[in-house]
Design a binder for this molecule. Sequence first.
Ligand SMILES: Nc1ncnc2c1ncn2[C@@H]1O[C@H](COP(=O)(O)OP(=O)(O)OP(=O)(O)O)[C@@H](O)[C@H]1O
Ligand SMILES: [Mg+2]
Length: 501
Amino acid sequence: MTREARAPAVRFDRVSKTFPGVHAVDDVDLEVAPGEVHVFAGENGAGKSTLMKLLAQVEEPSSGVIELHGTPMRFRGPGHARDVGVAMVHQEFALAPDLTVGENLFIGGEPGRGGWISRGRQRRQARTLLSRVGADIDPDRRVGALSTAAQQRVEMAKALAVEASVLILDEPTATLTRNQTEELFAIVRDLTASGIAVLYISHRLDEIFEIGDRVTVMRDGAVVTTRPVSELDENALVTLMVGRAVDNLYPRQHARPGPVRLEVRNLTRRDVVDDVSFDVRGGEILGMAGLVGAGRTDVARLVFGADPRDHGTVTLDGTQVHIRRPADAIDAGIGYLTESRKTEGLALQLGVDKNITMARLPMWNGLINLRAERSVATRRRDELGIRVPWVGRPVQALSGGNQQKVVLARWLETKAEVLFFDEPGRGMDVGAKADMFREMDRLAGHGKAVVFISSYLPELLNMCDRILVMRGGRVAGELAKEEFSEERVVALATRAKDQND
Ligand SMILES: Nc1ncnc2c1ncn2[C@@H]1O[C@H](COP(=O)(O)OP(=O)(O)OP(=O)(O)O)[C@@H](O)[C@H]1O
Ligand SMILES: [Mg+2]
């Protein structure tokens, strides 16, 4: 055997990365074999994404060596990583929303001669790549107009466009439904069968066991352990990740629905949401299930005034409220924790403190009371375990899961009486999720009305009092707690054959 064939696809040799005040990656030694699905797990801020960014040359290691098929990589930036066969699908997609799918696929490596791009050829190549990842997307569509799931396929196709031998997927299923996840797994298996090494970050325990060959658990930047997945069970894995057993993932206690607080009637937006009506009681957590694209987010956005509606009324505590913009909704006491924290949720350059108090700044004589802001933010940081050394630090320096916690903290700070949580657990580690669910339960316990949108059914089944299932922009059905079952939800969500990519 040649040296190349025997060498691991990737080898980290005493690799570290420090940011001011943070040891993001701490002396990591690790090997990934060709054809292996190597899962990375660990709490929010454990250093998973940073380790991957070092391999993809998005960040330069502070020390240590990374080898690719036995050859040390010199740091020359992401373009170089692509050239040597390392592709990464980021946790927050890095696509250019205003370019077309085809243009996005070939940024930095257009097919064509001497800088000339052959449109026809580009389109054909784009179609081939997209079909390899099971996506039937028109290469001429603008990326910004695609669903998150479709954008992810474009990201993967983009990774394949460079003929990678190492593919990094950073929480690829956070926004996918069960079926889409199955499809993704089939693609991953296909890729590994051809010898590609897949480095796969995930917080979802079930899928770690389903797709992973080995799992490396990280904590505080360091590797806790690397094990074959077959040697572990869920409890053992959680304990390794969090450093303690998490006994109750779904702490639902206060299930005493009171009077109706939010009434939504005949909500309609052409081609998107069709005549949706529902009530939410105080003290209730109403689940919203459905495939990606079924209209759950659209409903939330319409109620919140983020999109214009064609018809429909929103009544809060018996009084109809007129919502034209999100500011009207916030004034009325309706909150919306959006699913896309990066584009809608956060001011990335501003501090954690500003981001938390944004919706309700502590004012004093018309001036923002900085000290109050800091203390509010510090309290929330400790409560939710937001991993940041000081609350003035810009949100962009936080890990994905910690950014999500900042958005959550902000809505907990507002005095909203009705709260929409849209995929709130996305990107959170198991411990953080349990904390967040406890907060949701507490809100309901205080008589607030909570709407919980999630694509992960166990969450809905365990946390909700009632589940509304959407399909194709309509309410396909409603399940009372006694009727809850995964099969029933799936049946309602998929009965008619949909085209939700
Ligand atoms: N550009 C940066 N500047 C400063 N600190 C950073 C930067 N990027 C990451 N960090 C810090 O490094 C640590 C590790 O972050 P990383 O994003 O690798 O975590 P993670 O394991 O991917 O977490 P998550 O599960 O939340 O995505 C965190 O404390 C984070 O705040
Ligand atoms: Mg991450």
